[in-house]
Design a protein around this ligand. Sequence first.
Ligand SMILES: Nc1ncnc2c1ncn2[C@@H]1O[C@H](COP(=O)(O)OP(=O)(O)OP(=O)(O)O)[C@@H](O)[C@H]1O
Ligand SMILES: [Mg+2]
Length: 226
Amino acid sequence: MRGMFITCEGPEGSGKSTHSRRLAEQLRACGLSVLHTREPGGTPTGEAVRLLLQHDGAGESPVATAEVLLFCASRAQLIAQVIAPALERGTWVVCDRFTDSTLAYQGYGRGFDLPTLRALNTFATGGLVPDLTLLFDVDTPLGLKRVHARTAASGAVPADRFERESLAFHEKIRNGFLDLAASEPSRFRVLDTTPAVDAVFANVWKAVQPHLPASITTGKAVDHAG
Ligand SMILES: Nc1ncnc2c1ncn2[C@@H]1O[C@H](COP(=O)(O)OP(=O)(O)OP(=O)(O)O)[C@@H](O)[C@H]1O
Ligand SMILES: [Mg+2]
């Protein structure tokens, strides 16, 4: 049976990476084969593109049009090399960011028209659409505060190109994601990540559990203490 494709989306610091990793662990604890990956990245080509996009790896910032195409290039590689083959062999895929981030950042944020971006997304993915999209939503200042705390805690790593954008830009992204979720309620689940991580994860699990195969009823809880 084909694996389930779950994407985690949302603005900066909303908890995508935290919860997508934890979700993958919890699904594995249920006995499923699970692949956790991220965008941009997830392949050698994609990780090279990530450096160009987020850290000006070529020594200059890509212009807005190049930015769209670089994200799509990373996505095309990830789909062809990793995601599609995994789903085909029955592995579940949990992906940290996907096509909705392009619509939110380059559409609502940078002002490209959504039909063009949707066409580019379809070109990059070959039409593959997530079975379930978890939208991690948080008040913009709180999300940015978390990112800055994370960056400070990690030492030398400088804030990436998107993290350095204005509060107004990040507000547009957040509202864009909420708009996208409202327009496709059957695919999206919106999760407020203001509460503590464990409380948020309980809601993540509630959203995913109904999709588990009938043979799996409850998963062994993964202990995150310590
Ligand atoms: N519900 C929460 N309460 C408090 N802190 C949280 C919560 N969720 C995540 N964090 C912390 O906030 C920081 C950002 O979380 P995380 O890296 O998961 O967000 P992200 O959405 O992946 O961010 P980015 O958009 O930068 O990739 C991390 O240090 C994480 O531990
Ligand atoms: Mg992240």
